[in-house]
Design a protein. Structure first.
Length: 490
């Protein structure tokens, strides 16, 4: 596997060093609100990478943190009048529900910041023992970046003339400013805090990831991932803290996912172009189409999300699923068609080579669609043979092991989103068609479709058309084919 390494700025081989498994860490969500599709772009590409590595036979140990204490959480939970644990629990649960809906596999280890306070304190104590961490008058602790000459090596910023002792105490600070940053924040009235050996307070954001990565993965990690905004200062600070404490290279390989834009602009609530997964599900888009779209643009390319591209993604999934069903159904003449066999092999090689080449998901996807096109054409012309089907299904299985879009759980996921919207008093945001469509169970629809077939047989075409049109208005399509009648939800 060749993957771009932000550290050094080159494509390099990704492999485990000194252990049988690849030790991998990703900065997880800050659980102060629902995740947006930009967040999920990052988590989805990490999922694709992990799935592909395993498919290639590499063992992977993946750790992700949950930031459940930080400035934003403290501010929002206070505004909501709730203790932070109760406040964050809701959004952590929502994050995993959304991840599941998007087919993101759970990490081997999920670590909550609030459960690792002693580890963070121990790390700060270690830094303090070498005078790299220092305490200020109010009882906070800061990292002395003048003590880490490599500061800036990841983002390749030049911090000439770092001013010793210039400090910043918020978790996120302005770009390009190298400042001593907070490791531990002294308690403030009304804020959650912990009584520890370094005083009463709460951790800074950066120390969290260092402590959890070192705790679960050891002193040297193979891979660390996150969105591109985290490169500086967050990851730069993680490196400084960890390497000063352990005197070892913290992480060999850094992967950063480029930001998602929406309709050409930065996503923001005030611009009205800010979408969570749930917003899109309520508009009637399928979870599988959202996954497929977000992973189809390679992670290092800037991605522009549009509703047009989401509709295209929905259609692409229909083509794939129809093709998959056609292959499963079989009924082809005996034998093996050499041209189809060659196309199948080419698709497999193209798929694997593209992903191994810096996770080029667009080319991997194109390789599979070449096969769909060739095999569909051969099936239409009657040249595809039953002996081709096993290999085609195997290659589709490889594709789906990474892309994970063939299994249709979309209606179930949308139904869960509607249940959630109802509980939150947000059902009014749902597309009306969706509400009526999902109110009909599969059994209700089967019964109506059977009634229509019966009506047609007894030449009651008025009734047959009425049922068809009524279902269509509810977003259910009836398809008559030579193999019988099928229906599907739009
Ligand atoms: P947060 O919950 O804000 O800490 O973000 C979780 C992850 O989403 C981090 O890895 C961020 O870098 C990433 N992220 C945030 N916004 C975007 C975006 N617009 N596009 C891609 N990744 C993003
Ligand atoms: Zn982090």
């Amino acid at each position: 596997m060749e993957l771009f390494n932000t550290l050094g700025g080159k494509i390099e081989t990704l492999e485990p060093v000194g252990a049988p498994e690849l030790r991998m860490y990703c900065c997880g969500p800050t659980v102060y609100d629902y995740g947006h599709i930009g967040n999920f772009r990052t988590f989805l590409h990490v999922d694709v990478l992990r799935r592909f590595l395993r498919q290639q036979g590499m063992a992977v140990k993946f750790v992700m943190n949950i930031t459940d204490v930080d400035d934003k959480i403290i501010r929002n939970s206070a505004a909501a009048g709730k203790p932070i644990a109760e406040y964050t629990e809701k959004y952590e649960r929502a994050f995993f529900e959304d991840s599941d809906a998007l087919g993101i596999e759970r990490p081997e280890i999920v670590a909550r910041a609030t459960a690792c306070i002693p580890d963070m304190v121990a790390l700060i104590e270690k830094l303090a023992s070498e005078d790299i961490a220092y305490k200020t008058e109010d009882g906070s602790w800061y990292f002395r970046i003048a003590r880490f000459p490599d500061y800036g090596k990841l983002s390749r910023k030049d911090f000439e003339g770092i001013e010793d002792g210039a400090r910043v105490d918020v978790d996120e600070y302005e770009k390009d400013a190298a400042r001593d940053f907070a490791l531990w924040k002294a308690t403030k009235p009304g804020e959650q805090s912990w009584e520890t050996g370094i005083g009463r307070g709460r951790p800074g954001w950066h120390i969290e990831c260092s402590a959890m990565a070192l705790k679960y993965l050891g002193e040297s990690l193979d891979l660390h991932c996150g969105g591109e905004d985290l490169m500086f200062p967050h990851h730069e600070n993680e490196i400084a803290q960890s390497e000063c404490a352990t005197h070892h290279t913290f992480v060999r390989h850094w992967m950063h996912v480029r930001f998602l834009l929406v309709e050409g602009r930065k996503m923001s609530k005030s611009e009205g172009n800010f979408y969570t997964l749930r917003d899109l599900l309520l508009k009637g888009y399928r979870a599988s189409a959202i996954r497929f779209l977000l992973i189809s643009v390679p992670y290092r390319n800037q991605m522009n999300f549009t509703f047009e591209s989401l509709t295209e993604s929905t259609n692409a999934i229909d083509r794939l699923r129809n093709f998959h069903q056609r292959m499963l159904k079989g009924g082809f003449a005996e034998g093996l068609d050499e041209a189809v066999a060659a196309a199948t092999l080419k698709a497999e090689q193209g798929f694997t080579a593209s992903l191994a080449n810096d996770l080029n998901t667009a080319e991997a996807r194109a390789a599979i669609f070449d096969l769909v096109r060739a095999a569909n054409a051969a099936a239409d012309q009657g040249t595809l043979r039953s002996g081709n089907v096993g290999e085609i299904l195997r290659v589709l299985g490889l594709f789906d092991g990474v892309f994970a879009v063939l299994k249709d759980t979309d209606a179930e996921i949308t139904r869960a989103a509607l249940t959630w919207a109802e509980a939150e008093g947000r059902l009014g945001e749902a597309a009306p068609e969706l509400v009526t469509n999902l109110a009909l169970s599969d059994a209700d629809i089967d019964a109506l479709v059977a009634e229509r077939t019966q009506a047609k047989k007894s030449r009651n075409f008025g009734r047959a058309d009425a049922i068809r049109n009524d279902l269509l208005a509810k977003g259910i399509l009836i398809e008559d084919s030579k193999d019988g009648v099928r229906w599907r939800r739009k």
